[in-house]
Design a protein around this ligand. Sequence first.
Ligand code: BGC
Length: 766
Amino acid sequence: MKSSEEIKQIVSTLTLEEKASLCSGLTFWFTKDIPGKGIPKIMVSDGPVGLRKQDLKGDHLGMNDSIKAVCFPAGVGMAATFNKELYKEMGEALGEECRAEDVAVILGPAVNIKRSPLCGRNFEYLSEDPFVASEMSTSYIKGVQSKHVGTSIKHFAVNNMETRRFSASSNLSERAFREIYLAAFEGPIRNAKPWTVMCSYNRINGELASENKYLLTDILRHEWGFEGNVVSDWGAVSNRAKALTNGLNLEMPTSYGENDRELVKAVEEGKLDEKILDANVESLLKLIFEGYDNIGNSSEFIFDRDKHHDLAAEIAAETFVLLKNEDNTLPLKKDSKIAVIGAYAKTPRYQGGGSAHINCHKIVGFLDACKENGLSNISYAQGFPATADDFNESLCEEAVNNAKDADVALIFAGLPDIFESEGYDRKHMQMPKCQLKVIEEVMKVAGKVVIVLHNGSPIEMPFADKADAILECYLGGQAVGKAQYDVIFGDKSPSGRLAETFPIKLEDNPSYLNFPGTLNNVNYCEDIFVGYRYYDKKKMNVLFPFGFGLSYSEFKYDNLKISEDEINAGDELNVSVNITNIGNIEAKEVVQLYVKNCSTPVLRPIREIKGFEKVNLKPGETKTVTFTLNKRSFAYYEEKISDWYVPAGEYEIEIGKNSRDIVLSKSVNIKSEPILPDHYDYNSIMEDLLNDNRIKDIVMRYCSAMAPDSREKSEVEKESMNEEMEYAGFMYSPLRSGLYFSEGKILYDKIDELLEEINKIIANDK
Ligand code: BGC
């Protein structure tokens, strides 16, 4: 490590060209070194669910073979574990791998919100909910960084699709930006302090993320206190000088000197203040020396691939979500006669494509695990090709024949690699037709059918009603088969819960009409109503709701307690609840806490998840789970005050099995100061004026000049005007309507007088 003084001293010895050169990469994976000035280089590598360290040759796309490593389950599955400790453990393992391989920063976690099920990188991303994404990624970052290895939380921000990812502008309201898209980053950046933040390719409301001062400086640094470095996504820089001025520290990968020369020119032409460049180099050197501390002591760390493979298996078992289990079809008995069908039983689809792709040191599929465990009562039929949508009559026939003879057909289906990947988005949510056909044919003859799914994002499931059981395995990493064996045969109970909603069909999704937008613009018209926030508000049927997942055991919830019945906005609230395993086997349950928002004129979701804990319980065991809620648990982002705001009212603290199954609730009353207008004018509405206690009496006085309508109403009038209309007719009228209500007694000079008086009171009140 070098002190700030030492770093400043080094910077003072650098030429303008040297300083500019440090602002971009040396190669695809290295920062620049200047040996003559004592500046070393450090290596960064993808991430985020395994070490994708390329051999030193690299290539211009960074797609060359990387070293043999361990592939853990994809982000989608990691979120489904709802297990913060486990994600931290995975981070620690990756941190150790980085240390052993002299990698200073691993490029992840990827936390972008799943706005649409179609986003090609959904398998890498965590959730449709910012709180879940934020809590889970905080753990991962803490895990990696505990090994003194940096992380790069990505892709900052509002990067929710792959279509035209370098140019598309995500256009959204400030409220959606803050509440949904930034919130996934804010928690980990404030609480886990990632060494770096990777800015995204896209534009936000027209401005490239890499040049976005509001994003990279005003919010990230000034509001959230980020002190690390912002790294560009690979190739995200357009105007280097503007990017640097607005908060981007390091351009990756190399720009072959082009943008370094641009920086020199900008300083020489007076367009870039050299002091900004100096400060940037100081910040970068801090990162470089911090990372370099790790280099050369890799022998202290052993990258034990087999040990991490076992960890990957343990983790994978927790990523699986049991979606259906009629008559306790699962777990299967080890001696039952099983027809294993589907290519993914043999060659599992266990990871996604693109920069997250890991070169695995070994891969264990379900059939491998069965073999390893000496299971002999199973037949196997491929059923369909693993990589394409190509129906093959004889493969299907073989599957059907095997199913006829078996107690149960276990079909390993899902999405082939080409159906979802970095770089492009899906066009639909369907599985390959050839797979659906095999499932349909097998269902005609099999006694029981269990569908085991491998996919990185939600799919439509035309077979859902007919299947006896459905086990969602997402992309379970290289040890997926071992984990499947453990769960399918009941050595472990499934404990994953969906961190995203599965809609019945694509058209149900709130972003459907605006994804992927038109040419370079995508308008986030659904605003804050992403995922369950939308489906729940609209009371829509979904295939599987957010937070859903079954277990082989059963749990009882009771004794929900809250520390206060009434609090002030901003106060903390402690919540506790008991959970008991009332089944016969040891199992884990995810205790989910939702806050049901009070009713307010401001549009809010019905409920939002604000706490979750995973607990392991032996049969009969009870544990107490506690949560501490804070201001943000109740707040929404109020654009009028550019801040978070908690409206006064009655909120429900709900404990649920998922967003649609609330089992316990208690209400808390929150007292809060209203947000009042700071000025009134001719067009101010009577209802607002009369609800403002500061001026209410004066306005009432003004109203008294209006002629009260004391006439007996005629039958026709009674018929055409009810109380609500009468209320609305008056209360929703602008102040200037006093002219008519008073039948000409309140002329404009009176309104001017009133406005002067009330605006003076408001001004003095501030
Ligand atoms: C991806 C990043 C990745 C980087 C380096 C980019 O194309 O968007 O997620 O870390 O490449 O491979």
